[in-house]
Design a protein. Structure first.
Length: 361
């Protein structure tokens, strides 16, 4: 994929700030990946105004005018009713379906983006529900956590599907050949936790898939430690964990700023150690890992935080670029097929009989 031009479709009207952040962010990402092309969907006059200061991006872009923009507070059903076929969000997703673009990036309304993505792209064969996967900074580097909000509640087979998709993303993004996968639980002992989680653990152990190394159960503190490459949970607990981590990072930052300005000696200490504090700030910067990937669809959609700045949006576009370059969709297709159609799960060895686990039937 390295010699292929990657085309990114962008919902330029998405997010809290629209083109004023989206366009500079795309320009930053283009400077890092000069071969990219962009399809910019939204109100042409606003996009043109934002592009005025970015001639290289203007040269690499095609603007597609759309009168309708999905609002950040629109309900998914409302967004589908008012924005299907004609909004900048829908058109950006549709470009992936038609093959005009390789990946879609939007900072828009998460619920609307997921609803439109599912309606337009559809889920892959054997995938019941998609998941949102996020990058998680850890003491070891980075891990992938899913689901962080797409699916509230999940049965055992869906958790296994999330594990397979998360491992494929780890191979595509972190470039780990056989990622370790853990199921988030209230303890590491096999007897603990909900029945769905315990059943998913059993299925993963018995499947012994080539694309991942099942570690077992992990707890909440393992997320920051980086105990495994991929942490799998359902969307309710995953979203709470994500928001808690983001809030904790901001809280620590505020504590440090307050402590460093309290006394003259503290301010002097900050001056002497500002290199270390700069590295800490960079490590904790949520913009560096901005972007959640919708997994399980027939195409790649990357969701940027709505309130991010241009650096954060650039990180989301960077992620989109890497997902396409490393063949994420093909990896997921391959691994999901191996799990669902392998021996004992309705594959050809079963002479056509549906022998998948009960959770799948």
């Amino acid at each position: 994929m390295s010699n292929t031009v990657i085309t990114v479709s962008v919902d330029a009207m998405g997010g809290d700030h629209g083109p004023s952040v989206v366009i500079p962010g795309a320009a930053i990402s283009l400077s890092r990946h000069p071969g990219m092309r962009f399809l910019l969907f939204g109100k042409k006059d606003e996009i043109e105004a934002a592009l005025a200061g970015h001639p290289k991006l203007r040269e690499a872009s095609t603007i597609v005018h759309c009168d309708v923009a999905v609002k950040m507070d629109d309900k998914p059903s409302q967004a589908l009713r008012n924005g299907r076929w004609k909004s900048s969000m829908w058109k950006a997703i549709e470009a992936v379906k038609s093959g005009e673009a390789d990946v879609c990036v939007s900072a828009g309304n998460t619920g609307a983006l997921m609803a439109m993505s599912r309606f337009c792209l559809r889920t892959m064969a054997d995938i019941e529900r998609p998941a949102i996967a996020a990058i998680w900074p850890t003491l070891r580097g980075e891990s992938i956590v899913l689901d962080v909000g797409a699916t509230i509640g999940a049965n055992a087979l869906q958790l296994v599907d999330f594990s397979v998709m998360g491992a494929a993303m780890a191979r595509a993004l972190i470039e780990v050949e056989r990622p370790t996968v853990g199921l988030l639980n209230v303890g590491v002992e096999e007897i603990k936790g909900q029945e769905e989680v315990k059943e998913a653990g059993r299925l993963l152990r018995e499947a012994d898939l080539d694309g991942l190394d099942y570690h077992g159960f992990v707890e909440g503190d393992d997320l920051g430690r980086g105990t495994v490459d991929v942490v799998v949970t359902e969307g309710f607990s995953g979203n709470i964990a994500l928001k808690t981590a983001e809030g904790t990072a901001r809280q620590i930052g505020e504590y440090l700023r307050a402590a460093m300005s309290r006394t003259l000696m503290a301010r002097l200490g900050y001056v002497l150690a500002r290199g270390a504090f700069r590295r800490l700030s960079d490590r904790m910067d949520p913009r560096k890992v901005n972007g959640g990937v919708f997994l399980g669809l027939n195409g790649i959609v990357v969701k940027s935080h709505g309130g991010t700045d241009d650096e954060g949006f650039a990180a989301a576009v960077d992620m989109a670029h890497d997902m396409v370059r490393n063949g994420l969709v093909d990896k997921i297709h391959h691994d999901i097929h191996l799990f669902h159609d392998g021996p004992g799960r309705g594959g050809p060895e079963e002479d056509g009989e549906d022998a998948r686990p009960k959770a799948a039937q």
